[in-house]
Design a protein around this ligand. Structure first.
Ligand code: C2E
Ligand code: CA
Ligand code: CA
Ligand code: CA
Length: 260
């Protein structure tokens, strides 16, 4: 069953996808030790003439449910890789973070497809990190197989929204992740709540013990940033550092940010 309200939305989304009316925004992730740009996360945007800006939390699940996620992923990745080339022409060689639906991981040839797309555009695979949530949709052995294929190709793997999703400590230990992103929920009140700060610290120590880079999501205040640095967190991402930017805003933002 598909809800009445979703039919119009799905229809509009499909048309936007086909007619090239989606776009990507890019949010900087910066190193807490030296303040340098570590990578940019690609986030899909849909501005509909009549509906306005529709958030991905509304249409990504619809795309997943109705067989459009592969098209969305391929369009998004191609757009993001092309953007990387354009930034590199302007002298910026950074890394990309790209969100992948857990559904895509069901296809055993998906890592090959991603590698082919990188090769076709001449983007080195080590410039790409895939961000994954909710890994629990399939048996661990199968997931392990797919994820290992990515790692062999030099592609990084981040576990997204850590602490609120289905990710378990078991998966964290067994799967070949390179980065862990602490969900914004824990970052929000970390400066005011001893308990949240303790949880954040424990996650950071745990992740470091497992050899993972740690990113804090949703950093909105200077207090949060300072605390995270004190707790040994590696990377910060959030409105305090930068909002998701238009492609052409990134280099001017970086010039200004590095002067601070
Ligand atoms: P996510 O991967 O956890 O992305 C972070 C979300 O937090 C983004 O929302 C971002 O705009 C927002 N954000 C960043 N900094 C802050 C902050 O300081 N405060 C607050 N309150 N929010 C912040 P967005 O762009 O609406 O995306 C929502 C989710 O949709 C993403 O969560 C991701 O799961 C999914 N998504 C976005 N783009 C794509 C895509 O291209 N493909 C797929 N499969 N999923 C995507
Ligand atoms: Ca993400
Ligand atoms: Ca996240
Ligand atoms: Ca999320």
């Amino acid at each position: 069953m598909i809800a009445q309200a979703d039919i119009g939305l799905l229809d509009g989304f499909e048309r936007a996808l086909i007619n090239g009316r989606l776009r990507m925004a890019y949010q900087p992730k910066v190193s807490l030790s030296d303040g340098r740009l570590r990578r940019v996360e690609a986030l899909v945007r849909w501005d509909d003439p009549s509906l306005g800006a529709v958030p991905p939390s509304r249409f990504v699940p619809l795309a997943e449910k109705h067989g459009l996620i592969d098209e969305l992923t391929q369009w998004g990745l191609r757009t993001t890789l092309r953007q990387w080339l354009s930034w590199r022409e302007d002298g910026l060689d950074t890394c990309l973070a790209f969100n992948i639906s857990a559904l895509s991981l069901d296809q055993l040839d998906f890592p090959d497809l991603v590698e082919r797309m990188c090769r076709a555009l001449d983007v080195p695979t080590d410039r790409l990190v895939l961000e994954l949530t909710e890994g629990a949709t399939q048996p661990l052995v199968k997931l392990m197989d797919t994820l290992t294929r990515f790692r062999i190709k030099g592609i990084g793997l981040a576990i997204d929204d850590f602490g609120v999703g289905y990710s378990t400590l078991m998966q964290l230990r067994q799967l070949p992740f390179t980065e862990l992103k602490i969900d914004r929920f824990f970052i929000e009140d970390a400066p005011s709540s001893k308990e949240s700060a303790l949880i954040v610290k424990s996650i950071i120590d745990l992740a470091h013990g497992l050899g993972l880079t740690v990113t804090a999501e949703g950093v909105e205040t200077e207090d949060q940033l300072r605390l995270l640095r004190d707790l040994g967190c590696d990377v910060a991402q959030g409105y305090f550092v930068a909002r998701p930017l238009e492609p052409k805003q990134l280099i001017p933002w970086l010039d200004e940010f590095e002067e601070r």
